[in-house]
Design a protein around this ligand. Structure first.
Ligand SMILES: NC(=O)c1ccc[n+]([C@@H]2O[C@H](COP(=O)([O-])OP(=O)(O)OC[C@H]3O[C@@H](n4cnc5c(N)ncnc54)[C@H](OP(=O)(O)O)[C@@H]3O)[C@@H](O)[C@H]2O)c1
Length: 288
């Protein structure tokens, strides 16, 4: 199978390309070569591609900045996935789109099923939900995978931000009343390809197994980094409420996704987030 990846330089885009082998080959584009906000450029790139499927791993992922750039976020997260899916349908290719737990808002205390009605709290969440709807309208059997708290050994993510702060400071404060599931980009990439290969269609949820708060995630990062020798001492990590760390974008207090249908399709659940984090910290250590 061959896939054309938009967003090839992002965390998921790179992890997908790391899966290249006998089963999968990839073409990948990103900024500045191809701006997915440019409809004509996207259509032309898809029309001349010899790929079997198109994977949209590109997105406007700056959740807080999106609050002050709603039009740009809507163009990239909302409009572009729709005309990508339309171009893929016209070219007879499959289409895979990635979305987010942040399409959901307040009021949950149990894993959220794929068919729950979104109620986004932020511009990012609202534009990602618009993207889902535009994809479904253009190609009803497109594969849409919602995920959460994505990180990798390289890129802009919570793990690397925490490691930097823990090297700089002896004390830090991290929000303890937002619960979710961290997801290693490499594991997500494997699931994206497996679901595509299984011809899954419609909405699926994928994260690593397990649930934690950002505070618990930060403590685990510190513990793993200390054990790997990336830190000399464990900083004090204070749990704080969301109100103690005001951000432009509102985030859900509980956005754990129900993955039962995904595990059934894949034949097994994902590994626990702690094991994936352990592997990533060792990878960061090896990368120097
Ligand atoms: N990261 C998370 O925690 C998270 C959580 C839930 C869902 N997701 C979803 O998972 C998917 C993959 O996320 P990720 O973490 O891999 O994101 P990422 O690392 O931010 O990668 C996104 C890529 O898209 C590119 N991009 C942005 N605007 C573009 C444009 N106009 N044209 C072409 N490319 C553009 C970015 O380039 P620049 O870096 O140059 O902007 C970047 O290379 C996205 O759909 C995201 O919404 C992510």
């Amino acid at each position: 199978m061959k896939a054309l990846i938009f967003g090839g330089a992002g965390q998921l885009g790179r992890a997908l390309q790391d899966c290249a082998g006998e089963r999968w080959q990839f073409d990948a584009v990103d900024l500045p070569e191809c701006d997915i906000g440019d409809e004509a450029a996207v259509q032309a790139r898809i029309a001349r591609s010899d790929a079997d499927i198109i994977i949209n791993a590109a997105a406007y992922t700056a959740v807080d900045k999106a609050e002050s750039e709603p039009e740009l976020a809507q163009r990239i997260n909302g409009d572009a996935p729709g005309y990508m899916a339309r171009a893929a349908a016209e070219a007879g290719k499959g289409f895979v789109h990635i979305s987010t737990d942040f399409v959901f808002g307040d009021g949950y205390d149990a894993p959220i099923a794929p068919d729950a009605v979104p109620s986004p709290l932020s511009v990012y969440g609202a534009t990602k939900w618009a993207g889902e709807r535009n994809v479904q309208a253009a190609m009803p059997d497109a594969l849409i995978i919602r995920t959460s708290w994505v990180y990798a050994a390289a890129g802009a993510n919570f793990v690397l931000t925490m490691l930097r702060l823990m090297k700089e400071r002896s004390e830090l404060s991290v929000v303890a009343d937002q619960m979710g599931s961290p997801t290693l980009a490499r594991d997500l990439a494997g699931a994206v390809l497996a679901l595509a290969q299984a011809k899954a269609a419609g909405l699926y949820h994928y994260t690593n197994e397990g649930v934690c708060s950002w505070h618990e995630f930060a403590v685990a990062i510190g513990e793993e980094a200390l054990a790997a020798g990336l830190l000399d001492t464990m900083p004090v990590i204070h749990p704080i409420p969301t109100t103690g760390y005001p951000t432009p974008a509102r985030r859900p207090a509980y956005s754990v996704l129900d993955k039962a249908a995904t595990w059934e399709k894949l034949g097994e659940p994902a590994r626990h987030w702690r094991g994936a984090l352990h592997e990533t910290i060792l990878e960061i250590q090896n990368n120097g």
